[in-house]
Design a protein around this ligand. Sequence first.
Ligand SMILES: Nc1nc(=O)c2c([nH]1)NC[C@@H]1CN(c3ccc(C(=O)N[C@@H](CCC(=O)O)C(=O)O)cc3)CN21
Ligand SMILES: CC(C)C(=O)C(=O)O
Ligand SMILES: [Mg+2]
Length: 267
Amino acid sequence: MQKQKTILDFQRMKAEGEKIAVLTSYDFPMTGIMDACGIDMILVGDSVGVVVAGYDNTLPVTMEDMIYHTRAVMRARPKAFVVADLPFLSYQTDLKSARLNAGLLVKDGGAAAVKLEGGVNVAETISAITDMDVPVMGHIGLTPQSLHRMGGFKVQGKGEEQAEKLMADALAVERAGAFAVVLEGIPMSLAQKITAELTIPTIGIGAGPHCDGQVLVIHDILGLCSKYSPKFVKRYAELAPLIGEACSNYIAEVKGGTFPEERHGFK
Ligand SMILES: Nc1nc(=O)c2c([nH]1)NC[C@@H]1CN(c3ccc(C(=O)N[C@@H](CCC(=O)O)C(=O)O)cc3)CN21
Ligand SMILES: CC(C)C(=O)C(=O)O
Ligand SMILES: [Mg+2]
């Protein structure tokens, strides 16, 4: 029997050099499948807005959306450690709403921890949430909720000055009490330096091979999202044509009168 994962496991895995495998999930069936495979951590990402709801970015995603999807994931009773994203505008305005919304993802959603984007600028917010014993995962570098400041989904931390800023962000997130931090869209040499400098695990996405763990969006690795194909995605399956084939066969059989047959009906 697999044991329930906790934040203590991730600390140990970093110390022992065991990589941490993380995937996003937003629903019951997908969670059951990846959990049975032994995924360490599941992120109910606000990327749900892009890959499930069809928005161009994550900004429209609401607390209601996040709670709905987190509940669906938790119904699969995963052994993996489940982290839920705090969506845009749920933690940026003031510490009180940040604490309330983090608490709601745990209380109503059932998540074990929350993730929020930012570095030095959100250190106080991270402390405010960890103070009420809700573990927080940081997320720095290419932070999709900062899309309009970055002028697009662009690699961050290029050049010495920007790299120093990102190192300061990483240290601020750790000092504020985060149990782990996502490094997204940064040069791999910088990710390696940050990973060596921090005592908490780093989880990379578009950050090279030297992080303590890796996260990708499940729809991306299954070939189910054609909107974005960043360089950092590896497709482990091409499900879209398979699903298309099944749908085409169904349509043809219904039109041709070969489905349903009598054995699919009731007497
Ligand atoms: N399906 C999906 N996967 C993701 O990883 C993801 C989302 N959606 N939505 C929210 C953000 C958006 N993300 C993205 C989207 C595009 C690039 C991209 O095209 N990057 C360029 C580099 C651009 C540059 O710096 O010049 C690349 O070639 O990878 C990166 C991250 C990551 N997140
Ligand atoms: C890709 C990960 C890091 C994320 O924040 C998301 O899926 O929303
Ligand atoms: Mg996210």
